[in-house]
Design a protein around this ligand. Structure first.
Ligand SMILES: Cc1cc2nc3c(=O)[nH]c(=O)nc-3n(C[C@H](O)[C@H](O)[C@H](O)COP(=O)(O)OP(=O)(O)OC[C@H]3O[C@@H](n4cnc5c(N)ncnc54)[C@H](O)[C@@H]3O)c2cc1C
Length: 382
C-alpha cells in the first residue's frame, strides 16, 4: 500500500495551494461580505488549468485522475470563491462523457471556454417541489417536430446566472417508461434561448461568493440535437453526475476542516489565558487532537473513494460515505475552531465564522446527509 502522492500530484497540490494563498485568501472575506461571484478569479483559475483537470485531453483538458484533482482541496485556505469547481455537467459535457446526439457537431459538445475558465455552466436538477426526491421533477419537455419544448422551473442552481454563464443542462420529464414511471431526458439550454430566464438568488447565509439561480422555462424550444445522450438517459446521467459530485463535496469538507483546524491550532498556540497558551489546557488540546484524527480519517476515506474511481471500480458507496463523513467532519471541526477562538471566533474579521457558516451547505447540497445515509444503507443491504 502506498499512501504517498505521486510527484505530479504533489506538484499540483503545491501549485494550487500557492494560488489559493496568493490569489483567493486575500479577497475571500471581501467577496463573502459583498456576495460577489468573482469573474476575475474564475478566469485566473482557468488559466492555471484548474477547470480542465479531469477533462480528457481530447477536449483540451489534462485528463488527470481524481486523486490529483481533489487532493489540492485538502488545504484550501480561505476557501470561498467560487466554491464549486468546474460545474460537473459542464465538465461532463466537455469531457464527452455524455455527449449530445450524433447530429450535433463534435465541436459543439464542448462548452466553449469552460476548460480555460472563460465560461461556466449550470447543472439543473433541483425543483421547488423536487429536492431530495429528484424523481419528482415536474419540468416537462414535449417533442414538436425537430424541436423539444421545455416548460417548468428549477431552483438553487449553481453557476447559472453569472455574466460568464453560457447555459445549463436541465433534466425534464419526456414521457413514461413501460413500468409507468416517468422518463427523464437531459437537455442543453443555451443562454439567450427564448423563454429561458435565470434569476440570481441573493442573501445566502453561506457560499455567498458562489452564483446561485432560479431558472424558468416558458415554452423554451431547443433543437433535438440538444439532447444529452439519448431520450430517457436523463435520470441515470444525473445520478452518475451526483456520484462524482459527492467526491467534490467531500473534498470541500476535508479542505474546509483542514482550514478551520489550522486556524484554531495557530490561535490556540498564541492566545494566552491564566498565564499560558490555551493550547496547553487539556480541554482545548483534546478538541484539536480529535480534529486532527478525524481529518486523517476523512482524508483516507476520500482518497480511497477517489482511488476506486480512478481504478474504474465501483466507488458509489465510498463516495456517499466520504461525502457524508467529510461534510459532517467539517461541521465538528469548524465548531471547535469557533469555540477555541472564544468571542473573537464570532467576529467576521476572524475567518473561522465563515468556515462555520459555509459548512452547512455541505450537509445539504449534492444529496443531504440523510440521503447519503439512505444510499449507504441500501449498499450494505438494509
Ligand atoms: C447554495 C446551493 C447550491 C445548490 N446547487 C445546486 C445545483 O447546482 N444544481 C441542483 O440541481 N441543485 C442544487 N442545489 C440544491 C440541493 O441539491 C438541494 O437543496 C438538496 O438536494 C435538498 O433538497 P431540498 O432543499 O428541496 O430539501 P428537501 O428534499 O425538501 O429536504 C428537507 C429535509 O427533509 C429530509 N428528507 C427528505 N427526504 C427524506 C427521506 N426520504 N428520508 C429522510 N429525510 C428526508 C432532507 O434530508 C432534509 O433534511 C443547491 C442548493 C443550495 C442551497
Amino acid at each position: 500500500m502506498d499512501f504517498d502522492l505521486t510527484r505530479e500530484q504533489e506538484m499540483i497540490r503545491k501549485e494550487v495551494r500557492r494560488f489559493a494563498q496568493s490569489e483567493i485568501a486575500p479577497v475571500a472575506v471581501d467577496l463573502d461580505e459583498r456576495e460577489e461571484f468573482s469573474v476575475a478569479l474564475t478566469r485566473k483559475m482557468g488559466e492555471i488549468g484548474l477547470f480542465g483537470m479531469f477533462v480528457s485531453e481530447a477536449y483540451e483538458g489534462q485528463g488527470l485522475d481524481y486523486i490529483a484533482t481533489l487532493s489540492p482541496w485538502r488545504r484550501w485556505p480561505g476557501w470561498t470563491a467560487p466554491r464549486r469547481p468546474p460545474s460537473p455537467p459542464a465538465i461532463r459535457l466537455a469531457s464527452g462523457r455524455f455527449t449530445t446526439s450524433a447530429a450535433r457537431p463534435k465541436s459543439a459538445n464542448t462548452c466553449p471556454g469552460c476548460v480555460p475558465g472563460q465560461a461556466i455552466w449550470g447543472f439543473g436538477l433541483t425543483e421547488p417541489t423536487a429536492g431530495s426526491d429528484a424523481g419528482g421533477s415536474k419540468t416537462t419537455a414535449m417533442r414538436d417536430g425537430s424541436h423539444w419544448v421545455i416548460n417548468g422551473s428549477k431552483i438553487f442552481i449553481t453557476n447559472a446566472a453569472s455574466e460568464m454563464t453560457l447555459g445549463v443542462t436541465v433534466q425534464a420529464v419526456t414521457g413514461s417508461r413501460p413500468n409507468g414511471k416517468p422518463e427523464y431526458t437531459c437537455f442543453i439550454v443555451e443562454n439567450g434561448t427564448r423563454g429561458f430566464k435565470a434569476v440570481p438568488m441573493k442573501k445566502k447565509m453561506m457560499w455567498r461568493a458562489s452564483n446561485t439561480a432560479e431558472l424558468y422555462f416558458d415554452d423554451v424550444r431547443v433543437p433535438a440535437e440538444n439532447i444529452l445522450g439519448r431520450p430517457g438517459d436523463g435520470f441515470h446521467q444525473m445520478l452518475k453526475t451526483l456520484d462524482g459530485g459527492r467526491l467534490s463535496i467531500a473534498a470541500m469538507g476535508l479542505g474546509g476542516a483542514q482550514g478551520a483546524y489550522d486556524a484554531a491550532l495557530s490561535y490556540a498556540r498564541k492566545r494566552e489565558q491564566f498565564g499560558q497558551p490555551i493550547s496547553k489546557f487539556q480541554a482545548v488540546a483534546f478538541k484539536l487532537a480529535d480534529s486532527a484524527m478525524e481529518i486523517e480519517c476523512g482524508r483516507n476515506l476520500l482518497y480511497k473513494a477517489c482511488w476506486l474511481r480512478d481504478q474504474k471500480r465501483s466507488f458509489e458507496k465510498e463516495a456517499a460515505m466520504a461525502k457524508l463523513y467529510c461534510s459532517e467532519l467539517m461541521g465538528r471541526v469548524a465548531n471547535h475552531a469557533v469555540q477555541i477562538h472564544g468571542g473573537y471566533g464570532l467576529m467576521k474579521e476572524y475567518n473561522v465564522e465563515r468556515f462555520y457558516r459555509d459548512q452547512k451547505l455541505l450537509d445539504i447540497g449534492e444529496g443531504t446527509s440523510e440521503v447519503q445515509r439512505i444510499v449507504i444503507s441500501r449498499y450494505i443491504g438494509c
